[in-house]
Design a protein around this ligand. Structure first.
Ligand SMILES: CC(=O)N[C@H]1[C@@H](OP(=O)(O)OP(=O)(O)OC[C@H]2O[C@@H](n3ccc(=O)[nH]c3=O)[C@H](O)[C@@H]2O)O[C@H](CO)[C@@H](O)[C@@H]1O[C@H](C)C(=O)N[C@@H](C)C(=O)N[C@H](CCC(=O)O)C(=O)O
Ligand SMILES: Nc1ncnc2c1ncn2[C@@H]1O[C@H](COP(=O)(O)OP(=O)(O)OP(=O)(O)O)[C@@H](O)[C@H]1O
Length: 494
């Protein structure tokens, strides 16, 4: 509970003293005493719901406007002030943080990049827990104290929800929160007010061009985290060309690389891979860094997970965790749900479930999968509807080049006809050999697992942890994990 005049005092002085019990962007969630924020939406104009919010008992309304002359103008509906704000989307994170303050002991870590955000954020939270602290995460897999996550709507939730959750984590005495920050989240200022102890950049490759239009604008959106946010240190993957270019423009940075031939100055912060050994059940990592050298083994598999682990390690080292403790606990880090998760049992084919849904992720997961495959490599995947169409044919071409058999199926078709999506993927193929098509994902996976040889490996890409299929606007129960479990159970030993 807070008073409106105090809440808005950095921007306005003539605001009445009214008790506010909560902030909400959605009129449907307003209950008596709440502040309703009516913003210009991408689908609908939130200002159309002001009356709805008032009927439900809103005690004040903030309205986003484009007109400079109306900025900070207040009209009243009975006793309820309706306040016009220019650039409300830029102020909302600050307003929300004033309403939902966090302890200054809570350290926030932002993770951005096309791929690897969930993996890195979960690795950090897990590692922090292994070291005796309380870690929390916010991102695609869910939000909450590590081990007790609630499903998320967005990778990065709205400015209001982010602050609300941090307030809760702060009360739950979390020490560290790792927050996935999407490019949409940056453009929409969802984390603008947050003081980040560290900001991590994993990589940037083609994705989300339906929203950003071209790569230049997509990169510019990601750069917002490092140029317009409050950050103590940037932890940058310099194997990535964009990351390499950015470190020249950032003053406080830890450079992370898998290139052992790179050397760093005495005054630089750095961490590099010295050597790596990939085994069937684990990966052995040798590294060198500003903080010292080390070796550890991890249950995470897949080449790309090496840089994810190194970025997490560099962040925690910079934050003051001991090198010895980090090394001794690394072997307890668990693979992240739906990310290069391998299912292997004797006399049955090996199956990997991976969330790869971008061209680069699919390429890297297929390259990694090949390493664990003794015979033929099968790739089952689809592409999302109403999202970046430009990646579909590229993913088709990658799957054709890097696997022996390709099975195309559906993956969150939303309002698009799945046949058109499949045709877009097909347009990336150079021939018709070794391809199968299924409009039913369950059948695609079930029949493939029953059909393949014991020595084959089936990579199922795209849905990872998701336990639904989005058709139209309906979330229909569906899980790759359950289907794989049933299919492997059903398969008799050859
Ligand atoms: C296109 C887009 O980014 N939309 C995001 C945006 O929604 P919006 O505010 O424009 O929504 P809108 O439907 O036009 O509604 C406008 C306003 O009217 C309000 N309203 C609406 C109906 C009503 O009855 N009453 C009411 O008050 C809404 O609550 C909203 O405040 O702001 C919302 C709050 O932050 C987001 O949840 C929403 O994400 C939608 C669901 C979405 O699908 N976004 C995707 C594209 C996205 O953001 N993806 C990224 C990256 C994911 C990845 O890396 O793969 C993410 O961070 O999730
Ligand atoms: N460092 C990396 N480089 C390239 N690909 C990666 C990397 N890390 C993970 N991937 C691939 O991306 C997929 C998604 O990984 P993860 O969920 O960690 O990324 P994300 O950035 O959170 O994705 P999203 O924002 O879409 O949820 C993985 O299943 C894997 O195929």
């Amino acid at each position: 509970m807070l008073y409106l005049d105090y809440l808005l005092s950095p921007w306005l002085f003539n605001v009445p003293k009214i008790k506010i019990s909560n902030i909400s962007l959605n009129s449907k969630l307003i209950i008596g005493g709440d502040l309703f924020v009516a913003k210009l939406g991408y689908n609908v104009d939130g200002r159309n719901y002001i009356i709805d919010a008032l009927i439900r008992g809103a005690s004040a309304v903030l309205v986003e406007i484009n007109n400079l002359f109306l900025d900070t103008y207040i009209i009243y509906f009975g006793d309820v002030p309706i306040i016009y704000f220019l650039n409300l989307s830029k102020k909302l994170s600050f307003i929300s943080q004033r309403f939902y303050p966090i302890s200054n002991k809570l350290r926030l870590i932002a993770i951005t990049g096309t791929n690897g955000k969930s993996t890195i954020s979960h690795l950090i939270a897990q590692w922090v827990v292994l070291l005796g602290n309380t870690g929390a995460v916010m991102g695609t897999i869910g939000n909450g104290i590590y081990g007790d996550l609630c499903p998320s709507i967005n990778t990065t939730e709205s400015a209001v929800e982010v602050c609300k959750m941090l307030y809760r984590f702060s009360k739950q005495k979390a020490d560290i929160v790792s927050i996935e920050v999407s490019s949409h989240g940056l453009v929409q200022n969802r984390v603008l007010s947050l003081p980040f102890t560290a900001a991590i950049f994993s990589n940037i490759t083609i994705d989300h061009l339906d929203y950003h239009v071209d790569m230049k604008r997509y990169i510019k959106a990601k750069w917002l985290l490092f140029s317009k946010h409050d950050i103590d240190i940037s932890i940058i993957n310099i194997d990535d060309d964009v990351g390499k270019c950015w470190v020249k423009k950032i003053s406080r940075v830890v450079c992370v690389t898998t290139n052992r031939n790179l050397f760093f100055g005495k005054n630089e912060y750095w961490l590099k891979l010295d050597n790596v050994k990939y085994n069937f059940n684990n990966t052995i990592i040798y590294f060198d860094s500003f903080w010292g050298k080390g070796i550890f083994s991890t249950k995470l598999i897949g080449k790309f997970n090496v840089i994810n682990i190194l970025l997490s390690l560099a962040t925690l080292l910079w934050m003051g965790y001991s090198l010895t403790d980090l090394i001794s606990t690394a072997k307890f880090l668990k693979p992240i749900v739906g990310r290069m998760e391998m299912f292997h049992s004797t006399n049955k084919p090996t199956v990997i479930i991976d969330y790869a849904h971008t061209p680069d992720a699919l390429k890297k997961s297929l390259i990694s999968a090949r390493f664990y495959c003794k015979n033929k490599l099968w790739c089952i995947f689809g592409c999302g509807g109403d999202r970046d169409k430009s990646k579909r044919s590229i993913m088709g071409s990658i799957a054709e080049q890097l696997s022996d058999y390709v099975v195309i199926t559906v993956d969150n078709s939303r309002y698009e006809n799945p046949i058109y999506i499949i045709n877009d993927i097909k347009s990336g193929f150079t021939n018709k050999n070794n391809k199968k098509y299924f409009l039913d994902r369950l059948k695609a996976i079930f029949s493939t697992i029953l059909y393949v040889d014991n020595e084959d490996l089936v990579l199922i890409a795209g849905k990872g942890h998701e336990n639904y299929q989005i058709i139209g606007n309906r979330y229909v129960n569906y899980s790759d994990h359950l289907v794989v479990g049933e299919a492997l159970k059903k398969r008799y030993s050859f």
